[in-house]
Design a binder for this molecule. Structure first.
Ligand code: FAD
Ligand code: SIN
Length: 547
């Protein structure tokens, strides 16, 4: 396949960018499962943006910076906040129906926000955004979506004459066509990684099975800078339920918007506890609430805490949170009358592939957008509902950057001709995937066992509360598994399970190594043996680059 723009991933970052880039060339989106299957599709609370006269940009900036615990890049934060209203209006133009009262958008509230500023579609915001973007794409020319294509690795060439830092240039990827089990090369003028997060590296996660950190692992192998991987956000409130045997199953989220509407956290015995931890109580930022719940559960030995919705009118619950109401009812809990048993679960990766304010990585012609990135917006802890916003704003920035490059129409036409010739030449020169000396594996047990073990190590030793001994133990085990899996990978014909395992172990390794480097507590990274924040030594991002 040869294409002007290759977008890997069909969540909000990939789809919103595709619609724009299609103005100036052919866009191919590849996605590893069905096109709607993404973290975006499960987003509940909404998108944060300043859309009300009682709110202003400075407040949204201040809330984001406070939550980020000193590590946000202020320019990146200003960028998403100032650009927010334009991106929301664009989504509405694309066809997204957000919750309104008569003509006015209803704005919800979530932890860490000093104002109501969450634009939402009941409690199914992500589904509505995904639907609107996919519908618009179905009506667009120049965009092709390839489902069940799994990006394996980036194709890069080293060119010492290039001005960028590592002298590398990207030409596309190798991808597994899952339906016929063949590896294909996809050559592209520009490649954009929009593969989302890595929640599946933990045992309990809100993320769907696709979230195996493929983009981060792929970027790391290719030489991208990876930063701040220690900052994994645990969502405080997910439904506590008995799990089935599927180790990749996601847990069900109880949106923070429910606490925004008045729900309160209590112990099983019915005692409120958040007042002991923060003046904002149940609506404190997520790191504080998740740690408080973890602490209460450890102290009492209880397997969960409770979310009590008795302050919210039953009719309001059914109207504003119909999905949560229905799901819980299906599990035998009538949330208009009963408390919800909740536990924290891995939710969001604040770290990822480093980009500049235009979405560029350190590799020429390679961009990244969405949860896979570290743009500087979130610092040590993401403010609720800032990630859908960040994805849209940075995808728009990539579009602007590409447009600037091809500004002059005449140059664009001339460039296009030489570009397609150049791409064809590259296609002919790049080796086909070589499967010689690899075998089909019979070792399925090894793959599923390793996946389970990684999740257990990460949940037991690299969770909400960490310490040096636990991290060192996790490092020893994961490093050994990483080497073994890489060895196994080289000898084996690829398939989705093996590729995901290779990526999961790489991401686990990056999280542990980053966590070991930060000997302090900040935002989402809490170390029992270094309980204080140390601005003298650690007011800086944790950077990793493959040597
Ligand atoms: P995704 O939406 O995850 O899309 C990634 C895409 O890449 C998918 O299509 C996937 O299949 C594809 N992909 C991955 N690897 C490969 C590969 N190797 N080859 C090919 N394709 C690949 N954020 C908010 O701001 N507000 C909210 O209310 C909110 N609620 C949330 C609720 C839940 C339950 C979850 C899980 C997250 C929530 N978040 C929320 C976070 C937010 O949804 C995500 O950060 C955001 O959707 C990420 O968008 P994305 O486009 O970067 O990635
Ligand atoms: C939620 O609805 O609680 C999730 C919001 C987010 O992750 O930003």
């Amino acid at each position: 396949m040869i294409t002007d723009y290759l977008i890997i991933g069909s969540g909000i970052a990939g789809l919103s960018l595709a619609l724009k880039l299609s103005e100036s060339g052919t866009v191919s989106i590849i996605t590893k499962k069905q096109k709607a299957e993404s973290n975006t599709n499960y987003a509940q609370g909404g998108v944060a943006a300043v859309m009300d006269e009682n709110d202003n940009f400075q407040l949204h900036i201040a809330d984001t910076l406070e939550c980020g615990a000193g590590l946000c890049n202020k320019e990146a934060v200003k960028k998403i906040v100032y650009d927010g209203p334009a991106r929301i209006n664009e989504l509405i133009e694309f066809g997204a129906n957000f919750t309104r009262l008569r003509d006015e958008l209803i704005l919800g509230k979530e932890g860490g926000h000093s104002r109501n500023r969450i634009i939402h579609a009941k409690d199914l915001t992500g589904k509505e955004i995904e639907r609107a973007l996919l519908d618009k794409i179905a009506r667009s020319e120049n965009i092709e979506i390839y489902e069940f294509y799994f990006a394996i690795d980036l194709l890069t060439v080293k060119n010492i004459k290039r001005k960028n830092k590592n002298g590398k240039k990207c030409f596309g990827i190798y991808a597994l066509n899952v339906k016929n089990n063949k590896v294909e090369k996809i050559i592209a003028g520009k490649t954009i990684i929009a593969t989302g997060g890595a929640g599946q590296v933990y045992k309990h996660t809100t993320n769907p099975a696709i979230a195996t950190g493929d983009g981060i692992a792929m970027g790391y192998r290719a030489g991208c800078e990876i930063a701040n991987m220690e900052f994994i956000q645990f969502h405080p409130t997910t439904l506590y339920e008995q799990r089935n045997n599927d180790i990749s199953a996601q847990v069900f989220l109880i949106s923070e918007a429910v606490r925004g509407a008045g729900a309160v956290l209590k112990t099983i015995k019915g005692k409120e506890f958040m007042q002991k931890y923060d003046r904002r109580k149940s609506l404190a930022p997520r790191d504080i609430v998740a740690r408080a719940i973890d602490n209460e559960m450890k102290k009492s030995g209880d397997p969960y805490v409770c979310l009590d919705l008795k302050n919210i009118e039953p009719e309001r619950i059914k109207k504003e949170f119909p999905n949560i109401y229905k799901y819980c009812l299906g599990k035998g809990i009538d949330i208009t009358k009963q408390v919800i048993p909740v536990v924290p679960a891995a939710h969001y990766s604040c770290g990822g592939i480093v980009t500049d304010l235009n979405g560029r990585t350190n590799i020429e012609n390679l961009y990244a957008s969405g949860e896979v990135t570290m743009t500087g917006v979130h610092g040590a802890n993401r403010l609720a509902s800032n990630s859908l916003l960040e994805a849209m704003v940075f995808s728009n920035a990539i579009f602007e950057d590409v447009r600037r490059e091809t500004h002059d129409v005449r140059r664009q036409i001339a460039d296009k001709k030489s570009n397609s010739k150049e791409l064809k030449k590259i296609y002919d020169n790049i080796y086909n995937w070589n499967e010689d000396e690899t075998e089909n594996t019979e070792e399925w047990i090894l793959i599923s066992h390793n996946k389970k073990e990684i999740k257990e190590i990460m949940s037991d030793y690299v969770g909400i509360v960490r310490n040096t001994i636990r991290l060192e133990r996790a490092y020893r085990r994961v490093k050994m598994m990483k080497d073994e899996i890489e060895d196994f990978y080289k000898k084996t014909k690829v398939n989705v399970d093996l590729l995901e395992l290779r990526n999961l172990v790489t991401v686990a390794y990056l999280i542990i190594v980053s966590a070991m480097q930060r000997k302090e507590s900040r935002g989402l990274h809490y170390m029992l043996d270094y309980p204080k924040r140390d601005d003298k030594k650690y007011l800086t991002d944790t950077m990793l680059v493959k040597s």
